[in-house]
Design a protein around this ligand. Sequence first.
Ligand code: FRU
Length: 493
Amino acid sequence: MAEHTKEISKANEALRLNKLQYKETKYKPLYHFSAPSGWINDPNGFIQYKDQYHLFYQHHPYSSDWGPMHWGHATSDDLINWNHESVALAPTEDYDRDGCFSGSAIEKDGTLYLMYTGHTWTGENHDEDLKQVQCLAKSEDGINFNKIKGNPVIDQPNFESVHPNHVRDPKIWMKNNTYYCVIGSKNRDNVGQVIMYESKDLKEWEFVNVITKGEGNAGFMWECPDLFHSNGKDVLIYSPQGVKPEGCLYHNLHQSGYVVGDLDYQTGEFEHDAFQLLDYGFDFYAPQTLIDGSGRRILIAWMNMWESEMPEKEEGWAGAFTLPRELKIENQRLIIQPIVEVKELRTDRVNYNNLLINELKEIKGVNGQTIEIDLIVDMKNADLFGMKLCTNSEMTEKTMIQYRKSKEKLMLNRDKSGKGPIGERAAFVKLKDNRLHLNIFLDYSSLEVFINHGEKVMSARIYPDKLSDRILFFSDNDTELVKLEKWKMGQKI
Ligand code: FRU
């Protein structure tokens, strides 16, 4: 325990010094959660505990590259204004020596428990030589955490149906006085799957089953599962590695999506529909959800992708999260919208109605890099409508959103966005009464596009020049901006 306290102080001090060293920033988001300094990846332990929201995350406090994983921590009253707290977990024990990997949180009798994966390398081959066990840490004040004596609470599995080395990212919940957790894994033939355990007291766990596994092009390993009940259905979220591109789908290195069905708690079998993506952009991985006091299911995800170039590293930090998104299930699909609290950030509203677009057009007051736009477009006779965001004065730098009616496709292109990775992603989108709805959030180095009131979302990190703040609209024939609202977003974080 003394060792853990020492390592936590060391990590906090490293973060403090690092922040002093890097003062200038071009890319740090204004109203999205991002690394205080150093590296972050997956959100972890996302929970409302004693009326406060807690967000933990995979964190390397000593550099802006991935390294031995700690858990960073922030708290908030509204999911928008975050206070950075002390680092919560550091790798110090034999069972987590090489990293406190992803996991989740639960409250039991007023105590906050974190369940995480203790990770150790057992050889040179980092794809195969690993040992992963599940561990608990607890806190009475929600800030200082102690690992429990009985760790690990789930040892390496020893079943024919589960690969013994790849078992990580427990997501825990309670139902009918029993605790359950789903864990990401694969079988011995390298097929991704999710396994489930149950427990009466959080400490003794029993294996229930492989609740579902991949068929066909479903990836070699499934990470970061999350399971919840909503509107009479069970939803399983997971992040498969190794799914191959199919048409305009699955072009990111790894994917994140969900299946909807019914979990049989007795047999541990999960009957479900086909896999659907949670986000059709470039940068979205390892999402985690919580249910809050008002019954809302809220998701937050890492808004980066493994192995992508991250130009923010030169500023001493790496990694940002999406806006918190509320999930609702309708007709076996998730409707995904920014949480209503985001509206509190709106300032300086600019509003237009019934504007005709038939050539490249700039609209007075509609520009900026930390803005929200809410737009309804009537496609009229046009086949193509588009926007160039974050455009510089010479129009050489731009990030493009285009809708092609004949293909029913929305495309997001970052080939000319500035620094960082390039490419195009597309999503199939049908018009409603010949209209397209876009709710767009720009925050210096990120772009999120919510389509048709949450039917689909596309997220991307982009790295434009600070001066590239023009926005241009275009179409190949008459289109009408039935409604265009734009806000400057206020600083909250
Ligand atoms: C997902 C992941 C998890 C693991 C963590 C390590 O992005 O690979 O499976 O626990 O990151 O940082």
